[in-house]
Design a protein. Structure first.
Length: 510
């Protein structure tokens, strides 16, 4: 177990880097920041040359790989870090200088347990990409297929483990201070971050996520997930189909290649809605660098380390909330928040509906191109404190991905609007899932499952109340109140009298 002094040393060291980039100014000035945290921030800033404009992304980049991933997580939390910091953290580039190929070769061979040439006819020594967790090389398999080989950086697991233990310790200290810090639930946020990271550090789980996503997206032929080469995939090496396309970030190249950018944007939004609402399993890192336009017009995705999952009940609530905001039905949106337990019951539904209207109505009068999901989410974040809404970690990835997808779609078609494009899909899904036919089907399924459990239920009853044996049933006994006389000699006298009475009754019967 790491000593508290070690955690404090790491926090001060990281705080010093944050201070040099001006990233602690917001923490110091925020009235909701606990006083002990404010004092540590001032201590870390002491003597540092603070820039006029904070550079949050540069600060997290300088701290290291784990901080980069944490910064990307915090970019989804303007309510926690502030809108300016969240916006700046979106530019975090998960890129590091590549490792020498000799190191990568050793990593691959130690993971496979066999020489590299057993699996690949050739592999390019210069990586096509190098990030904080892994780097990717293009290769040709022994059977002639072009693939991408993603290799986990040596030592990265231990580095992340050290950082996360300190994040957990710091979050526990801050949450223990109560108040606003407790409402934001930092421990739960770090726990979710820990789970996301564990999935990213095991490439077999990433491969499984890609495979599951591919199955769920069969209804969307315009969205493609590369096939996994399971024979060449381990916990530290991921091999998958090579994607030969144009990144969605290069709009000029897309237009030059004859792609319809408006159609690409619409297909991207529909693919995201299919994943998040219809399937409940979505790619949670859909930035421009992970999305490609293929020559046939399809969109291909890569990098499946961060995936989001939402159960059906939450998806129903989410769909109704989105549709209510799209159509201006703020009363229903407010009711759903109370039904889902997002807003404590002691608040007033009508008051919450009015607060939602204050967020939604100003945008409804704007031109389509000026309406924004990101702005809507920022507005919703601003009212959470007034209504004691706790953080919902299972929705953090979804919120981040919604903003990300809208940003990519806008870069392809500046006039597109996620609300308008998603309205028909969400409305149809609600009619399909919540309409009369769906209600009848759900009731039939529930009743059939109950009937199927009846035999087991009867067997359990028989175990609890077995059939009578060979002895005749006992006669009914009159209920007699038991009097507690007390302890000591009085209890002994009563017990003796009871024993004498029982013995006398036995003699009379015999």
């Amino acid at each position: 177990m790491t000593a508290p002094a070690v955690h404090l040393w790491r926090l001060l060291k990281w705080g010093r880097i944050l201070a040099r980039h001006g990233a602690l100014r917001g923490i110091e000035r925020d009235p909701n920041t606990p006083k002990p945290v404010r004092r540590i921030a001032r201590l870390a800033r002491f003597g540092a040359r603070v820039p006029a404009v904070p550079r949050y992304a540069d600060a997290f980049q300088a701290i290291g790989p784990a901080a980069i991933k944490l910064g990307q997580t915090l970019a989804t939390r303007p309510d926690l870090v502030g809108e300016a910091a969240a916006h700046d953290l979106l530019r975090l580039q998960d890129a590091l200088p590549p490792l020498p190929f000799a190191v990568i070769r050793d990593r691959i061979e130690s993971s496979y347990g066999r020489p590299l040439e057993t699996f690949f006819a050739s592999i390019e020594e210069t990586p096509v990409g190098a990030a904080s967790i892994a780097q990717v090389h293009r290769a040709i398999t022994t059977d002639g297929r072009t693939v991408a080989v993603k290799v986990l950086r040596p030592g990265i697991e231990a580095e992340f483990a050290r950082a996360i233990t300190t994040y957990e310790w710091a979050a526990a200290q801050v949450e223990g201070m109560g108040g606003e810090a407790a409402r934001l639930r930092p421990r739960l946020i770090i726990e979710h971050f820990k789970r996301w990271t564990a999935r990213e550090l095991d490439f077999r789980r990433e491969a499984a996520s890609a495979s599951e996503l591919a199955e769920g997206m069969t209804a969307e032929p315009d969205f493609m997930v590369p096939q996994i080469d399971w024979q060449r995939t381990t916990g530290k090496v991921l091999t998958l189909e090579w994607i030969d396309g144009i990144k969605l970030s290069d709009r000029a190249a897309l237009i030059a290649a004859g792609h319809d950018t408006t159609l690409l944007a619409s297909n991207l939004i529909r693919a995201f809605l299919r994943q998040a609402i219809a399937e409940g399993f979505f790619h949670a890192d859909m930035h421009q660098g992970n999305l490609f336009a293929l020559p046939d017009g399809r969109i291909a995705a890569i990098d499946f380390g961060i995936m989001g999952r939402i159960d059906r009940r939450a998806r129903v609530w989410l769909a109704e909330i989105l549709y209510g905001l799209i159509t201006g039905n703020y009363k229903r949106v407010a009711e759903i928040h109370f039904e889902a337990g997002y807003v404590p019951a002691h608040h007033n539904v009508a008051e919450f509906a009015t607060a939602l209207r204050a967020v939604g109505e100003p945008m409804r009068g704007l031109p389509v191109k000026d309406m924004s999901v990101g702005a809507m989410l920022d507005g919703l974040f601003n009212i959470t404190r007034d209504f004691d809404m706790q953080t919902q970690p299972h929705l953090l990835l979804l919120q981040k991905t919604m903003v990300m997808v809208e940003g990519v779609a806008r870069s392809l078609d500046p006039d597109i609007n996620l609300w308008e494009t998603s309205g028909p899909f969400v409305g149809e899904w609600i009619r399909t899932e919540l309409g009369p036919e769906a209600a009848v089907a759900d009731r039939l399924i529930t009743d059939l499952r109950t009937l199927a459990r009846l035999p087991e239920l009867i067997r359990n009853i028989e175990l609890r109340y077995p059939a009578p044996g060979g002895a005749p049933p006992a006669p009914p006994l009159r209920e007699i109140e038991v009097v507690r006389v007390g302890g000591g000699w009085r209890y002994a006298v009563v017990a003796l009298l009871a024993a004498v009475a029982a013995a006398s009754a036995t003699l009379l019967l015999t």
